[in-house]
Design a protein around this ligand. Structure first.
Ligand code: 13P
Length: 258
């Protein structure tokens, strides 16, 4: 069984006090169920205030948007896995297309980050996805397989169980043009087939695969109708309390995957 996972990636939005106010507002309004996990990924500067605002009983778990692979040292501007752990992070988003496109991240570095996250018991959410041009050229499957191979090659069967994959087509991010459920399902099947080939049918069956890219309260229900789609990685629609709460209500009404 795969529990649905809804992740709010806040990107570079909300100061520490704005972030704390947001979680204080939404926490009592969330639809809670053992069939759905909720994660918020604020900027690094808001992790501490969000953790304090969540307290010990909130259904929201904490995630980070990135990290570096070394534990400590002369790496100006970077943040390590032990630092995130101490702040209460359980998840970390890695390889987001904005990091690949704007900050030059490549598969080999993403793989090092992924291994470091796993070594410190952080659950990585690996983002992959094709550009519009790659889709037009019929290269979607090839791109997804390359990104998966680049980030995951050589990972042990044991460590891969903590992995979540997020399929985020670049053309759908922040554009208001979400993938159709059929497009997302096709990509998720490619990802699952890769996991089955690289590890096992069991890994393919148990790994959560999220969809991301212009997810809203209006389209989340249709996306989650397919049991191939185990949740969503959401940017803009998670920044407003009302839309975030509505998304959690819809996810909760759908429940876990068989
Ligand atoms: P939007 O939901 O704003 O399209 O962002 C998606 C995303 O990049 C989440 O990581």
């Amino acid at each position: 069984m795969r529990t649905i996972l809804i992740v709010g990636n806040w990107k570079m939005n909300k100061t520490a006090s704005e972030a704390a106010a947001f979680v204080r507002e939404v926490t009592p309004r969330l639809s809670v169920s053992p069939a759905v996990d909720y994660v918020v990924a604020p900027p690094f500067t808001a992790l501490e205030s969000v953790r304090a605002a969540l307290g010990s009983s909130s259904p929201l778990q904490l995630g980070a948007q990135n990290m570096f692979w070394e534990d400590r040292g002369a790496y100006t501007g970077e943040i390590s896995a032990p630092m995130l752990k101490e702040l209460g992070c359980r998840y970390v988003i890695l390889g987001h297309s904005e990091r690949r496109a704007l900050f030059g991240e490549q598969n080999d570095g993403i793989q090092k980050k992924l291994r470091a996250a796993l070594a410190h018991d952080l659950k990585p959410i690996l983002c992959i996805g094709e550009s519009f041009a790659q889709r037009e050229d019929g290269k979607t499957e090839e791109v997804l397989q390359q990104q998966l191979h680049g980030a995951l090659a050589g990972l042990s069967l044991h460590s891969v169980t903590a992995l979540t994959v997020a399929y985020e087509p670049v053309w759908a991010i922040g554009t208001g043009k979400a993938a159709t459920t059929d497009q997302a399902v096709a990509a998720h099947r490619t990802i699952r087939a890769f996991l089955a080939k690289m590890w096992s049918a069991n890994v393919a069956d148990t790994t959560r695969i999220l969809y991301g890219g212009s997810v809203t309260p209006q389209n989340i229900g249709a996306l989650l109708q397919s049991d191939q789609i185990d949740g969503a990685l959401i940017g803009g629609a998670c920044l407003q309390a009302d839309s975030f709460v509505t998304i959690t209500t819809i996810a909760q009404s759908i429940g876990a995957r068989p």
